[in-house]
Design a protein around this ligand. Sequence first.
Ligand code: NAI
Length: 304
Amino acid sequence: MANKIRFDGRVAVITGAGAGLGRVYALELAKRGAKVVVNDLGSARDGSGVGAAAPADTVVKEIKAMGGEAVPNYDNVAITEGGENIIKTAISAFGKVDILINNAGILRDKSFVKSDRENWQIVIDVHLTGAFNVTRPAFINMKDNGYGRIVMTTSAAGLYGNFGQTNYSAAKMGLVGFMNTLKLEGAKYNIKVNTIAPVAASRLTEDVMPPDMLQKLKPEFVAPLVLNLCSENCNDSGYIFNCALGYYNRAAMVTGAGAVVGNGTDIPSPEDVAAQWKKITSLEGGKEFSQVGDQLMDVMSKFS
Ligand code: NAI
């Protein structure tokens, strides 16, 4: 059996930890020794309403009742100062940040034609800009300490698409791009950045899935994978994982072998490209690139 995963001496910040998935991560990390900052704005499911202390306080109480250490924070991740305050809370209570889970989220679903700028902006602000606002001050502290574990929360809606969620899908895929570069910048400081695409019963999904399915999809099933990504043993960075029930798998951006059309000197015609369409669209022999330079070398190698 693998060694027990522990977080003694580690400080974890979890955004949106007053409910749903974030609450479960907070409890599970605390059970295994982490000191936890439980951030939650306590707004409505669509991000409206004034913030409430109750969700964060309730989770802090739960952690303390089982003998763990935790402090609440009620800042809004969508605001620059909010992100700074969340990390300040961790540093003033526990001295540092080792683990950050960007989890806070809202929904404003509408078919694209019915959507508007406000619904677009607030979803981008909470999910994508929110992750930036918290990650930047956390990353600076992690870099100074030479250690960090960051988890982003994307969604299958972003990875694969979901009707009525253009704003959410864009924000969630933005987080994947954010991770792709942050993993490179964190590498020499032992900062690992990974992303999860969970599926779980929560306030966000209560009216989008049938009750029998929701009953099975306990958020507790997502936490074991997340705890692995938060652990010292995690050597992977830049990975995306689907997690739901007891099923975990990796998703990736894969690039097909494609077709070389022409000789790299003469410009091919659109008809030349059309003639190779099958090969161009095929993912057979597909591979992953870990940074843009590798992909560019691959292009150049076809003509060297
Ligand atoms: P939830 O609604 O139960 O929890 C999200 C928490 O974030 C709430 O307690 C809310 O008050 C808090 N929050 C919202 N805006 C905030 C802000 N600006 N600042 C601070 N806190 C804020 O939802 P759930 O399902 O636990 O979602 C967690 C994350 O997982 C979200 O990022 C969501 O998009 C993502 N996700 C969830 C899926 C699911 O099946 N539940 C599917 C795919 C992604």
